[in-house]
Design a protein around this ligand. Structure first.
Ligand code: HEC
Ligand code: HEC
Ligand code: HEC
Ligand code: HEC
Ligand code: HEC
Ligand code: HEC
Ligand code: HEC
Ligand code: HEC
Ligand code: HEC
Length: 426
């Protein structure tokens, strides 16, 4: 009887404290927001009339904004008609063309946004209207992306959150909702397969397969809000954000000026855009795949430079390969490979840098670096050959010693045997 009494008391205390805890928690939230209960969300949940993409984790809910922050109306009223009254600013479902302005109400207001994040950008709407998307939306095209096409409306997360539709790894799929829609893209004469090509490119493999966040997603080349194809003159700058030396060499070359005058597409002219592959030495010289042959032919200065540069590269590559084969032999024979290893690292560096220096399209500049690399490779080869020779000398010495020892052992054996026979006979 007493036991039961205590049990009831404990239950009462626990439930009261739990209830009290909850209450104070809610009060705290409300105090932060300076608002009463959000009746919009309460009623919509009760009526099972929540928007399809709604998530409790969305950034606006976390910042204590209400449904009315975007839709207007009176969140303090529990009555549907008075809550959703146009007289109280209720706008219903915003039209697509009005959405940028709606988001911009807060996101273009620097004083307001700073109270949440001191360094958040407030130029999204302004940027947006410079993009093809923004221009077309203004002109009444409803197929193009507005803010919620890329961000959703009720599931917006901070950009750095891996669940965000604009988190780096998710961006290609977000753009592809429309850009992979071949029927839609046909109307604009745009190819409907950037993602397909991108996925197989060096960049797509690095980002999507190896999760290398340093590789570019669509927005790194096109911009986020100002999404545009990079203009012809800016392509090399876009690539140069990450490939700084290539850009620097290319821009200071004679060819860069001609490229601008003749509207060639910078890096894209030789490497493509969405399907960029790992380059190889056949892209230069007199090969069928040589990019130089797209514009140069036998007899002109560009063709000559192309063949010469190819020769320099092939020479260095062969010397490096020779040295490397010997290095592997030295390693396998267990001889001293340390210094050869260091030399080969330097030679490899020279090979990599020579391929970057191609972008000067200057035989002399490439030649200086390939000469370095050839010198180092030859030195490594000589050292490696020494170690290999040393190995055989030692091995021959060892064989001779073993042979001498064998002869000695056999001789000893017969000597002992002879003695034993003599003893028995004696
Ligand atoms: C008491 C219940 C209730 C409250 C409070 C309420 N709603 Fe609604 N709301 C509904 C119902 C039911 C519908 C769907 C039927 C309709 O359109 O009348 C709806 C529809 C909507 C729609 C879609 C309108 C359309 O044109 O299809 C939006 C947007 C919306 N509510 C936002 C709000 C916002 C913002 C608030 C708070 C300021 C709010 N609601 C408060 C019940 C409520
Ligand atoms: C950040 C601004 C924003 C907030 C906050 C917001 N909405 Fe919306 N809502 C939109 C926009 C923009 C659309 C139209 C585009 C769309 O449907 O994606 C929309 C569409 C809707 C629709 C019609 C489409 C559908 O999916 O059913 C309903 C209903 C709705 N909102 C209810 C709500 C409710 C309830 C809340 C509060 C929990 C809320 N919204 C909070 C911006 C917002
Ligand atoms: C074509 C897709 C696209 C459209 C349309 C778009 N955004 Fe974005 N938005 C992005 C991407 C991608 C990022 C992430 C950038 C990054 O990685 O830093 C982003 C980031 C943001 C951020 C975070 C802060 C910042 O600027 O990096 C805000 C806020 C934002 N967008 C608001 C908007 C608003 C408001 C609109 C409509 C005017 C809009 N976005 C339209 C793709 C888009
Ligand atoms: C009533 C003001 C208001 C409106 C309207 C509004 N936002 Fe926001 N939004 C905010 C605030 C405040 C934050 C920052 C929350 C925080 O960091 O705690 C935010 C954050 C964001 C972020 C995350 C930025 C980050 O940190 O990475 C994105 C993206 C975003 N909003 C997009 C939108 C889009 C798209 C719309 C229109 C559909 C919209 N917002 C409408 C106030 C608003
Ligand atoms: C809601 C659908 C939609 C989404 C999502 C979308 N786009 Fe678009 N985009 C379009 C449409 C439609 C056009 C065609 C406009 C035109 O050219 O007239 C376009 C045009 C473009 C163009 C200009 C092409 C040209 O030369 O005309 C670029 C670049 C672009 N989008 C990049 C992106 C990127 C990058 C993303 C993702 C961050 C993205 N888009 C997300 C629908 C979308
Ligand atoms: C490495 C940089 C880079 C990446 C990553 C990239 N693009 Fe592009 N994109 C370009 C360049 C360069 C052009 C061509 C510009 C020109 O020649 O005028 C282009 C062109 C476009 C066009 C215009 C149509 C065309 O083919 O000429 C669209 C649309 C587009 N890209 C969408 C995307 C989408 C979607 C993604 C992500 C899946 C993406 N891009 C990724 C660089 C890139
Ligand atoms: C956001 C940074 C970034 C941008 C912008 C970028 N790249 Fe890259 N790129 C990378 C990274 C990282 C790799 C290395 C991928 C790997 O192999 O892991 C790479 C690899 C490459 C390679 C292969 C190099 C090799 O030795 O295998 C080429 C070629 C290339 N990029 C060309 C371009 C061109 C052309 C553009 C512009 C249209 C461009 N990139 C824009 C980051 C970038
Ligand atoms: C006229 C053709 C041409 C142009 C223009 C061009 N490249 Fe190259 N690129 C090549 C060739 C050829 C190679 C070397 C292939 C090899 O031998 O492996 C190469 C190699 C590369 C590599 C791999 C080697 C390295 O440097 O790591 C990258 C990255 C690269 N290019 C980026 C760019 C960028 C960025 C631009 C624009 C600023 C650009 N390229 C412009 C022809 C070109
Ligand atoms: C898209 C066309 C195009 C491609 C591809 C191209 N070039 Fe050129 N290049 C030109 C034009 C145009 C000129 C200026 C006219 C001329 O001298 O032939 C030029 C000039 C040159 C020059 C300067 C010649 C002089 O007069 O001093 C060199 C060197 C050169 N190119 C090397 C190369 C090499 C090497 C490649 C391949 C990696 C290459 N080019 C690929 C178009 C191209």
């Amino acid at each position: 009887m007493r036991k039961r009494f205590y049990y009831i008391i404990i239950c009462l205390i626990t439930s009261l404290s739990l209830f009290g805890f909850n209450l104070s928690d809610k009060n705290e939230d409300k105090a932060k927001a300076g608002k009463k209960e959000d009746h919009c969300i309460t009623c919509h949940k009760e009526m099972e009339n929540m928007p399809k993409d709604f998530s409790e984790n969305n950034v606006h809910l976390h910042a204590n904004l209400t449904c009315a922050s975007c839709h207007g109306g009176d969140p303090n009223s529990a009555d549907q008609e008075s809550a959703m009254n146009p007289a109280k600013g209720f706008i219903g479902i915003p039209k697509r063309k009005d959405i940028p302005k709606l988001c911009g109400k807060c996101h273009s207001n620097i004083d307001y946004m700073r109270t949440y994040q001191p360094r958040i950008a407030t130029d999204q709407v302004e940027q947006y209207y410079t993009s093809m998307h923004g221009k077309k939306l203004l002109a009444g095209d409803e197929n193009v992306a507005e803010c919620t096409s890329c961000h959703t409306a009720h599931n917006i997360m901070p950009v750095k959150d891996p669940r965000s539709t604009v988190y780096k790894l998710n961006i290609p799929n977000t753009c592809n909702k429309c850009h992979g829609n071949t029927d839609m893209m046909k109307k604009y004469n745009l190819p409907g397969n950037p993602l397909e090509e991108y996925t197989k490119s060096v960049h797509g493999e690095a980002l999507l397969k190896n999760k290398d966040l340093g590789a570019p997603a669509c927005n790194d080349c096109h911009g986020n809000h100002g999404a545009m194809p990079p203009g012809i003159t800016s392509i090399s700058h876009v690539c140069g954000i990450c490939h700084a030396s290539n850009m620097e060499y290319f821009n200071s070359s004679k060819m860069a000026k001609v490229f601008q005058e003749q509207d060639f597409h910078g890096c894209e002219q030789c490497h493509g855009n969405h399907a960029i592959q790992k380059p190889n030495d056949n892209m230069i010289g007199d090969d069928k795949e040589s990019k130089c042959n797209d514009c140069h032919s036998k007899g002109d200065a560009g063709f000559d430079a192309s063949v010469k540069i190819k020769g320099l590269l092939v020479n260095l590559k062969n010397k490096y390969d020779d040295a490397n084969a010997k290095y592997l032999e030295v390693k396998q024979k267990g001889m001293n490979d340390v210094e050869i290893g260091f030399l080969l690292q330097d030679a490899k560096q020279a090979l990599i840098q020579s391929r970057t220096l191609i972008h000067t399209f200057d035989t002399a500049k490439v030649g200086t670096r390939t000469d370095d690399g050839i010198g180092i490779s030859e030195k490594a080869s000589v050292l490696a050959q020494k170690e290999i020779d040393e190995y055989y000398t030692r091995r021959n010495g060892f064989a001779a010693a073993t042979f001498a020892f064998l002869i000695f052992a056999v001789a000893l054996y017969f000597k002992i045997k002879e003695k034993n026979i003599k003893k028995k006979v004696g």
